[in-house]
Design a protein around this ligand. Structure first.
Ligand code: AHR
Length: 553
C-alpha cells in the first residue's frame, strides 16, 4: 500500500465540531476497506448490548434505588434521571442480582411489604447490611421502566433447586397458584417475563469452588426443576410432544425452544480456561431429551491490566498503560474463538450460545470510596475498550448471542456515575448510545488491512471496523482508531451501493485518560461527524484515539 501523509488540518475540514487538539499529526497509510454490504446475513443479537446490575456497593442502592420517600425524583423508589438516561440506550437485557451475590441470595427476603423485609448481611461485598428493599418486584419494575428484559441468576451455590423453582414460580405463575397470588398481592397481577435464567455464577470460584463435574450434577437439577409458567414463555407442553410421538409425527425440532421461551445459561469458563467449557458442553451433547437443558454457556473475562482488579489506574495513566490495557482487552477475540471451537465439537449447529455475561475494564477505585464497592472512573480509553469488545462480540455473532457489561451504574465499567442527586454519563455510556443501530442488525463482513500502532513494545492494530445493515435497511459502520497520536484515513468501498456521504458521531477527547466528572460532564462527549465520497469510495478521516459511528447515504 502506498504511504500517504495527511495533515491534521485536512481531518478538521472533514469533520464537524470535533474538538481536535491534535495538531501536526499525520495519518499512517490510508486503509482500503471493502464493505461486503451484499453479504449481510448473520444477525447481531441486540442482547450483546446487555448490562449487569449486582447488589454491590452503590450499583443498586444510590445508583438505581433511592426509595419512595427520597427527595431525588423517582418513580416508586427508582431514580428517574438514571431511568431516562438508560432508556436512551435501549438496554436489551439486565442481569441481576449477581454476580457472586446471586449464590448467597434468598429471594424470599426481598418480597412483600417493605417494612416487613428482613435485613441481611451482604457477605460477599463488604459485609454491608442488605436491607432487601430492592427485591424481585422492584427489579422487575426497574426493567420495565427502562424498557428492558430480565436475566435472573438463581442461587446454585448456597440455595436449593426448590428455592429456585419457587422463585421462578413467584415471577411467572398465574395467580391461581399460591406463589402467583402472592405476587399479585404484592402488586403485579400478571406474570413477569424472565428472558434468561442464569444457573449459578462462577461456580469454579465465588459460586462454590466446584469442579466442573460437581457443578454439572448440581446444575442439572436447577435446569430441570425451574419452570417458567408465563404462557408467553412456557414452551411446548409435554402432552403435545407425547401426542406427536404417538401419532408418528415426532421430529427433533419439537425439542427445540420456541422463540419466546426462556433461555437457561450455565456457568462456563473463567477467561481462557477450558475445563468448564469441555465438561458442560460434553454433558449437554450426551443428555437425554426432555431431561435437563441449557441454551447458553457463560464466559467471564475482565480487562485488568496487572492481572488483578486494582492493577491499573482509571485516571492519570500514561500511554504504556493505555496500550497494555487495550492489548489485553483484544484477547477477548482469541478467548471467544477458543471456547467457540470447543463448543463446535459438541454443538456444530450452534444451538448453545456463548454468553459473555461479565466483561469490562476493572481498575483502581475512586479515591475516598470503599475498595470493595468497585466505584471507578471511566475514561476515553475505556470507551475505546468497549467499542473493541462490542466489535468482537458482533464478529462472533454466530455463537455470541448475549453479553453483559460489568456493571450498569457506579460499579466497575459503568454507564453512569451518581453522587446524591447528581448523575454523570461516562464515555462508555456514549459508546452504547452510538451503537444502538447495531442492535439486531445483520453483520456485514469487512476486509481491510488494520495497520498497526506500537508503544513501549506493545503492538496493536491501528483501526478496527464493524459494519452492519440495520433493521431499517441502512448500512452502519463503527470505526475505532486506537492510535492516540496519528489520525487514520479509511477509504471504504461499499459493495452494491452508490455512496455519497456518511453521517453520524465521533467520540474523542484531547487525552486518552479524559473523563467526565460532576464538574465537567461533557469532557468526553460525541460530536457530529460527516464524511464524503470520492470516486465511489467513502473517505473517512478518523481522529487519533476515537470511535466514529456513521450511517451511509
Ligand atoms: O462484577 C463483580 C464480580 O466479578 C462478580 O460478582 C463476579 O461474578 C465476578 O468475579
Amino acid at each position: 500500500m502506498a504511504k500517504r501523509a495527511l495533515k491534521t488540518a485536512a481531518v478538521v475540514m472533514l469533520t464537524w465540531g470535533v474538538p481536535l487538539s491534535v495538531s501536526a499529526q499525520t495519518t499512517a497509510t490510508p486503509i482500503d476497506a471493502s464493505v461486503q454490504a451484499d453479504q449481510a446475513d448473520v444477525p447481531i443479537s441486540r442482547d450483546i448490548f446487555g448490562q449487569f446490575a449486582e447488589m454491590l456497593g452503590e450499583g443498586v442502592y444510590g445508583g438505581i434505588w433511592v426509595g419512595k420517600n427520597s427527595k431525588i425524583p423517582n418513580v416508586r423508589g427508582i431514580r428517574s434521571d438514571v431511568v431516562n438516561a438508560l432508556r436512551a440506550l435501549k438496554v436489551p437485557v439486565v442481569r441481576w442480582p449477581g454476580g457472586c451475590f446471586a449464590d448467597e441470595y434468598n429471594w424470599r427476603n426481598g418480597v412483600g411489604p417493605a417494612d416487613k423485609r428482613r435485613a441481611t448481611v451482604n457477605a460477599m461485598w463488604g459485609k454491608t447490611i442488605e436491607p432487601n428493599t430492592f427485591g424481585t418486584d422492584e427489579f422487575m419494575d426497574f426493567v420495565e421502566q427502562i424498557g428492558s428484559e430480565a436475566y435472573i441468576s438463581v442461587n446454585v451455590g448456597s440455595g436449593t433447586p426448590q428455592q429456585a423453582a419457587e422463585w421462578l414460580e413467584y415471577m411467572t405463575a398465574d395467580k391461581a397458584s399460591a406463589l402467583g397470588a402472592e405476587r399479585a398481592a404484592n402488586g403485579h397481577k400478571g406474570p413477569y417475563r424472565v428472558k434468561y435464567l442464569g444457573l449459578g455464577n462462577e461456580s469454579w470460584g465465588c459460586g462454590g469452588s466446584m469442579s466442573a463435574e460437581a457443578y454439572i450434577d448440581r446444575m442439572k437439577l436447577f435446569s430441570h426443576f425451574s419452570h417458567n409458567y408465563n404462557p408467553d414463555q412456557a414452551g411446548r407442553a409435554l402432552a403435545d410432544v407425547l401426542n406427536a410421538m404417538s401419532q408418528g409425527k415426532f421430529t427433533l425440532a419439537l425439542l427445540e425452544p420456541l422463540p419466546n421461551e426462556m433461555r437457561r445459561v450455565a456457568v462456563g469458563p473463567d477467561a481462557a480456561k477450558t475445563e468448564y467449557t469441555e465438561a458442560v458442553m460434553k454433558a449437554w451433547s450426551l443428555k437425554q431429551p426432555m431431561t435437563w437443558g441449557i441454551e447458553g454457556l457463560s464466559l467471564h473475562f475482565y480487562s485488568m491490566g496487572g492481572g488483578h482488579p486494582f492493577g491499573f489506574a482509571a485516571t492519570d495513566f500514561g500511554e504504556k498503560e493505555y496500550a497494555t490495557l487495550l492489548k489485553e482487552t483484544l484477547r477477548m477475540d482469541d478467548i471467544i474463538a477458543t471456547h467457540s471451537a470447543i463448543m463446535d465439537k459438541y454443538d456444530p449447529e450452534k444451538k448453545v450460545a456463548l454468553v459473555v455475561d461479565e466483561w469490562g475494564a476493572w481498575l483502581k477505585p475512586m479515591p475516598g470510596t470503599r475498595e470493595i464497592f468497585f466505584k471507578q472512573q471511566n475514561s476515553l480509553r475505556d470507551a475505546i475498550l468497549a467499542s473493541l469488545n462490542l466489535n468482537v462480540f458482533a464478529k462472533h455473532s454466530d455463537r455470541v448471542r448475549m453479553a453483559n457489561i460489568a456493571q450498569m451504574v457506579n460499579v466497575i465499567q459503568s454507564m453512569i456515575l451518581t453522587k446524591d442527586s447528581d448523575m454523570v454519563l461516562t464515555p462508555t455510556y456514549h459508546i452504547y448510545k452510538m451503537y444502538v443501530p447495531f442492535q439486531d442488525a445483520q453483520f456485514i463482513p469487512v476486509t481491510y488491512d488494520a495497520g498497526s500502532y506500537t508503544f513501549g513494545g506493545v503492538t496493536l492494530p491501528q483501526v478496527d471496523i464493524l459494519a452492519a445493515r440495520a433493521t431499517d435497511g441502512r448500512v452502519w459502520m463503527a470505526l475505532t482508531n486506537i492510535d492516540p497520536n496519528r489520525s487514520a484515513s479509511v477509504n471504504a468501498k461499499i459493495a452494491g451501493m452508490a455512496v455519497n456521504s456518511a453521517t453520524g458521531e465521533v467520540l474523542t477527547a484531547d487525552r486518552v485518560d479524559a473523563v467526565n466528572t460532576f464538574g465537567a460532564k461533557a469532557a468526553v462527549a460525541p460530536a457530529p461527524y460527516r464524511a464524503n465520497a470520492s470516486n465511489g469510495s467513502l473517505i473517512l478521516e478518523l481522529p487519533p484515539k476515537s470511535v466514529t459511528v456513521v450511517s451511509i447515504q
